[in-house]
Design a binder for this molecule. Structure first.
Ligand SMILES: Cc1cc2nc3c(=O)[nH]c(=O)nc-3n(C[C@H](O)[C@H](O)[C@H](O)COP(=O)(O)OP(=O)(O)OC[C@H]3O[C@@H](n4cnc5c(N)ncnc54)[C@H](O)[C@@H]3O)c2cc1C
Length: 361
């Protein structure tokens, strides 16, 4: 695999890429859900390398984001497997292929540059020149649910945040955190005492977060180290065109005016097809049409597997995506190297596959 870039192999969360030049590669996989991860494996077995991009800060797609602790019962040969466990096992299985992960960045732009060469750009500016693309985008990229207050978008990334890029940027500030899940409570506990003042706002009395975190937060409130308000965000308080605070409609009927130079909101994520819809592919509602031999889209060289694709009889199951990944890998190999004879080889007996897997004796 050609890979001449000074790239940041951003396998860690929230890392911004510091790519100076386009990353040249054979295949870019959009989406690190279970199907995108298995695509790495199937490409690797055939000797092809991949770069993987996901808008989430971690691999796993829906399994990790929506139901990590739930058991899955229909993965072949695994009578029961936790959703996060499945992702952990896939990550272990693809290790020999050394795929490069670019996490926490949405793929925003895909276009043809020349024959068998595509331009791919992410929201943080990482650019790939790739010879093939696999879209394993599931139900779309996960976007944060936003604060519904008028004018809030204008301050996003500056004074209003939906994820913590640098905890230190909240130190010494008046901070209001919204939400009742683990992220909201974890950051509340972490930043209490470091922020100048901290108020947690949650719309109802019940919390989704771990009971121990909620109990600790209540202790801090009792000790006078932070405030808690049950209510919802109503409007921003501005001074000199900057956010100076937020007005919250309390469940007690009162309007609470809270000082804040920084607001953090953790209302969860929702999937959005997003930029994929703009890439000139033949769509069927919110899915991409593919054939069932190559799982290729209407654009030669761009393939789609997993929940994102559609074809007659499609079932949105992980095992369907695994099958699609296997056939797409053969199709990609043929697309990139048409002169190469394709023989079906078994991992049990193929010395070359065993070498690629790092298990050759
Ligand atoms: C509660 C629940 C239970 C389920 N139980 C089962 C089960 O028991 N058995 C089963 O087979 N299936 C089950 N499913 C379905 C299964 O989770 C999906 O079929 C599977 O996750 C699809 O995998 P995927 O890799 O295609 O997509 P996803 O898991 O959706 O991953 C897609 C990834 O692509 C990323 N992405 C999308 N667009 C972009 C972009 N433009 N740039 C960067 N990244 C992008 C997303 O952030 C996401 O991480 C369940 C689903 C749910 C919600």
């Amino acid at each position: 695999m050609r890979d001449n870039a000074r790239l940041s192999s951003s396998c860690g969360a929230h890392q911004l890429s510091e790519v100076q030049a386009p990353i040249e590669c054979e295949v870019v996989i959009v989406g690190a859900g279970p199907c995108g991860l298995f695509q790495i494996f199937e490409l690797g077995l055939l000797g092809m390398g991949a770069h993987v991009v996901d808008s989430l800060a971690h691999p796993g797609g829906q399994c990790t984001e929506l139901y990590p602790d739930k058991p899955i019962y229909d993965i072949p040969a695994l009578p029961v497997c936790g959703a996060q466990e499945l992702i952990d096992r896939l990550m272990q299985q693809i290790k020999p292929f050394n795929a490069k992960f670019h996490l926490g960045q949405e793929v925003t732009e895909v276009r043809a540059l020349a024959e068998r060469l595509f331009f791919v750009r992410t929201a943080v500016g990482t650019v790939f020149h790739t010879r093939a693309i696999v879209i394993a985008g599931g139900v779309g990229s996960f976007q944060p649910r936003r604060l519904g207050m008028e004018g809030a978008e204008r301050f996003e990334g500056d004074q209003i945040h939906y994820r913590v890029k640098s905890a230190a940027s909240f130190y010494g500030k008046d901070l209001v955190i919204f939400g009742g899940g683990d992220s909201a409570l974890d950051w509340t506990l972490d930043l209490c005492g470091k922020a100048r003042s901290l108020t947690l706002v949650h719309r109802r009395a019940e919390f989704k977060a771990a009971p121990a975190s909620v109990a600790r937060m209540r202790e801090l409130v009792t000790a006078g180290r932070m405030r808690y308000v049950e209510g919802t965000a109503a409007q921003l308080i501005l001074a000199d065109d900057r956010v100076a605070g937020v007005e919250v409609h309390g469940a007690d009927g009162a309007a609470h005016r809270l000082p804040a130079q920084q607001l953090l909101a953790f209302f969860g994520l929702h999937p959005k097809l997003g930029p994929i819809a703009q890439w000139g592919l033949d769509l069927d509602k919110r899915t991409i049409r593919v054939d069932t031999v190559k799982f290729e889209t209407s654009v030669p060289g761009i393939f789609a597997i997993g929940d994102i694709n559609s074809y007659p009889g499609k079932k949105k199951l992980i095992l369907s995506g695994f099958h699609e990944a296997a056939l797409a890998a053969f199709a990609i190999q043929h697309y990139l190297y048409p002169e190469k004879k394709q023989h079906l080889q078994y991992t049990t007996t193929s010395p070359i596959m065993q070498k690629r897997l790092g298990v050759a004796s």
